[in-house]
Write a protein that binds this ligand. Structure first.
Ligand SMILES: Cc1cc2nc3c(=O)[nH]c(=O)nc-3n(C[C@H](O)[C@H](O)[C@H](O)COP(=O)(O)OP(=O)(O)OC[C@H]3O[C@@H](n4cnc5c(N)ncnc54)[C@H](O)[C@@H]3O)c2cc1C
Ligand SMILES: *[C@@H]1O[C@H](CO)[C@@H](O)[C@H](O)[C@H]1NC(C)=O
Ligand SMILES: *[C@@H]1O[C@H](CO)[C@@H](O)[C@H](O)[C@H]1NC(C)=O
Ligand SMILES: *[C@@H]1O[C@H](CO)[C@@H](O)[C@H](O)[C@H]1NC(C)=O
Length: 446
C-alpha cells in the first residue's frame, strides 16, 4: 500500500463523466481505478460539442486540453435570428471570453473530446477499462460498496471496492436504487422536447453561397421560433456544419421510458420547421432521407441527494440538463474535477471519511448544477415563446443589447450567466474549502 492507502474506485460508465473521473482520479494519485462500460467502445453519437472555458480549464490541468483545442474552432460571435425572415435579433461578441477567462470559447467534436480523455487514461497504469461489462446494480453501499457486473459474454460477478462512482448517464441504474432506499420518487420526466442532430458537409453546401457564408464564419447561429429553435455552427476546420434543433416531442410522448434516440422521418422534420426561413429549409432539405436522427430530451426533478454510503452519482445520472446552455458535458467534467480533489484530500480511507468526502463533492456541486438545469429550461421557455406580449418584451431586450447591454434572453450567451458559469472554478473552490466543509459535516451511517 502506498501513502494513499491503495484506494480502490469503481466507475460505472465510460461516457463524458466516467472518462473524466478516471482521468482526474488517476492524475490525483488514486492508484486503483476500474471503469465498467456496457458498450464495446466509446461510441459517441453526434459530432459537435461546445467546449466552454469552465470545461477547458479542468481538462487543461489534467493534461488533455491541447490535443482537443488543436482540432477545435474558436467561436468569435453568436447571432440570434428570427426563424421566419432570418432577421438578426441580437449579435453577441464572444472574443471578450478569451480576454476575460484566458481561454476562448470553442466548439469541437464529441468524439475528439472523449478520445483525448481516453488516450490520456490509457497511459495511466492505475486505470483498467472493462468494456462490454454492464453494471446491474449496487449490492451494498458501505463499507466496501459492492456492484454486480455482467460481462456480455461470461457470468456475472461482484466487485467490492472503497468507492463507487455511478456515471451511468440519464438511464442510470444506480439513481433509482438510491431513491428507492430513500423512499423517494424522482422518475425521469418528459421534457416534452426532442432534438434533431444534423451534419452537413462542405460538399453538400457548396452550391449555395448563403450556406457557405455560414460555414466559413466563426459564428454560432440560432434561429428561434415558436416552441422550437435551431442552433448551428461550423466544426472540423469548417468542413462540417453542425445543426441541432429543439422542437415539441410528439412521437415519444407516449413512451417516456422507451428508447432515447430514434430514426426520424424527414417529412416530419421539414413539417416541424415549415415556417422557418428559406435558408434553414434548404439546409434541412439536404439531409438524406433515412439519416434523420431524433433525440428525446429528458430531465428529472432535483434529487434529494447524490450520495449514499460510499457511492456517488456523477453527470447526467444526477443532473441531466436540456442542451440550451450547452453545459451537460462540462458539468459532468466539473463533477470529476471536484471528486478527484475530495477523494485525494480526505484524511483517511475509512467509510465515514469517504462518505463525508463524497458529501463535500455534493455540497460544492449540487446547487450549481441544479441552477444550470433550471436556467437551461427557463432559457428554452423564453426562446420558444409564441406571438404575444411576452415575446415582444423579449425581442425588445434582444434589440436593447446593441446599445445599452442588459440581460440577454438567450441565457447561453448572456454575460452575467457566462460570468457565473465560466468565472467559477469549482475545482479550486473544492480545493480551497475542503477541510472546512468536511469538518462541518456530521457523520452518517447507513
Ligand atoms: C441533443 C444534445 C446536445 C448536447 N449538447 C451538448 C453540448 O454542446 N455541450 C455539452 O457540454 N453537453 C451537451 N450535451 C450533454 C452531454 O452530452 C451530456 O451531458 C454528457 O454526455 C453527460 O455525460 P455522462 O457521462 O453523465 O453520461 P453519458 O455520456 O451518457 O455516459 C454514460 C455512459 O454510461 C454507460 N452506461 C450506462 N449504463 C450503464 C451500466 N448499467 N453499466 C455500464 N455502463 C453503463 C453508457 O453506455 C455511457 O457510455 C448534449 C446532450 C444532448 C441530448
Ligand atoms: C451540434 O450542436 C449541438 C448544439 O451545441 C451539439 O450539442 C450536438 O452534439 C451537435 N450535433 C451533431 C450532430 O454534431
Ligand atoms: C453478489 O452479492 C450478492 C449479495 O451478497 C449475492 O446475493 C449474489 O449472489 C452475488 N452475486 C454473484 C454473482 O456472486
Ligand atoms: C484547415 O483548413 C485550412 C483551409 O482549408 C487549411 O489551410 C488548414 O491547414 C486546415 N487545418 C487543419 C488543422 O487541418
Amino acid at each position: 500500500m502506498n501513502e494513499k492507502g491503495g484506494l480502490h474506485v469503481a466507475i460505472v460508465g465510460a461516457g463524458m463523466g466516467g472518462l473524466a473521473c478516471a482521468l482526474a482520479l488517476a492524475k490525483h494519485g488514486i492508484p486503483h481505478i476500474d471503469v465498467y462500460e456496457m458498450a464495446s467502445n466509446l461510441g459517441f453519437v453526434g459530432a459537435g460539442i461546445q467546449l466552454a472555458p469552465n470545461m477547458a480549464r479542468i481538462l487543461d490541468r489534467l493534461g488533455c486540453w491541447e490535443s482537443i483545442a488543436k482540432e477545435a474552432t474558436e467561436i468569435s460571435d453568436a447571432s440570434i435570428r428570427r426563424h421566419n425572415d432570418n432577421a438578426e435579433l441580437a449579435h453577441v461578441d464572444f472574443s471578450y471570453i478569451r480576454k476575460e477567462y484566458g481561454i476562448p470559447h470553442m466548439v469541437g467534436h464529441r468524439f475528439s473530446l472523449a478520445e483525448a480523455m481516453f488516450e490520456v487514461c490509457k497511459e495511466e497504469t492505475a486505470i483498467t477499462f472493462h468494456f462490454r461489462s454492464s453494471c446491474s446494480g449496487i449490492q451494498s453501499w458501505m463499507p466496501k460498496p459492492t456492484i454486480t457486473v455482467t460481462p456480455r459474454e461470461g457470468k456475472p460477478y461482484n466487485v467490492s471496492v472503497d468507492v463507487v462512482l455511478a456515471a451511468d448517464g440519464i438511464k442510470s441504474v444506480v439513481r433509482p436504487q438510491i431513491l428507492k432506499e430513500l423512499n423517494v420518487d424522482a422518475e425521469v420526466i418528459n421534457s416534452g422536447q426532442s432534438a434533431y442532430r444534423i451534419m452537413l458537409t462542405r460538399e453538400q453546401m457548396s452550391s449555395d453561397p448563403e450556406m457557405l457564408e455560414l460555414l466559413d464564419s466563426d459564428q454560432v447561429t440560432r434561429w428561434i421560433g415558436e416552441r422550437r429553435h435551431i442552433i448551428a455552427y461550423p466544426i472540423s476546420n469548417k468542413t462540417i456544419y453542425n445543426i441541432s434543433t429543439a422542437q415539441p416531442d410528439v412521437h415519444f410522448a407516449a413512451a417516456p421510458s422507451a428508447t432515447y434516440t430514434t430514426h426520424g422521418s424527414k417529412e416530419d422534420m421539414l413539417d416541424n420547421f415549415k415556417d422557418f426561413c428559406p435558408l434553414v429549409m434548404r439546409m434541412l432539405n439536404l439531409v438524406p432521407e433515412g439519416e434523420v436522427c431524433e433525440w428525446k430530451l429528458r430531465v428529472h426533478n432535483p434529487l434529494p441527494t447524490w450520495v449514499r454510503g460510499c457511492v456517488a452519482l456523477v453527470g447526467d445520472a444526477c443532473h441531466p440538463t436540456l442542451p440550451h446552455l450547452n453545459q451537460g458535458a462540462a458539468q459532468a467534467i466539473e463533477d470529476a474535477g471536484v471528486l478527484a480533489v475530495v477523494l485525494s484530500k480526505m484524511p483517511d480511507h475509512g467509510p465515514k471519511s469517504i462518505n463525508k468526502a463524497l458529501r463535500v463533492y455534493e455540497f460544492v456541486r449540487k446547487n450549481r448544477a441544479e441552477t444550470l438545469v433550471e436556467l437551461a429550461a427557463a432559457s428554452g421557455r423564453v426562446l420558444h415563446l409564441g406571438e404575444g406580449a411576452a415575446r415582444e418584451e423579449r425581442d425588445k431586450k434582444f434589440a436593447a443589447l446593441k446599445d445599452r447591454g442588459g440581460p440577454n434572453p438567450d441565457k447561453a450567451v448572456d454575460a452575467e450567466v457566462q460570468k457565473m458559469i465560466l468565472g467559477t472554478d469549482v475545482v479550486q473552490v473544492a480545493s480551497d474549502n475542503f477541510e472546512k466543509i468536511f469538518e462541518d459535516l456530521k457523520d452518517v451511517m447507513y
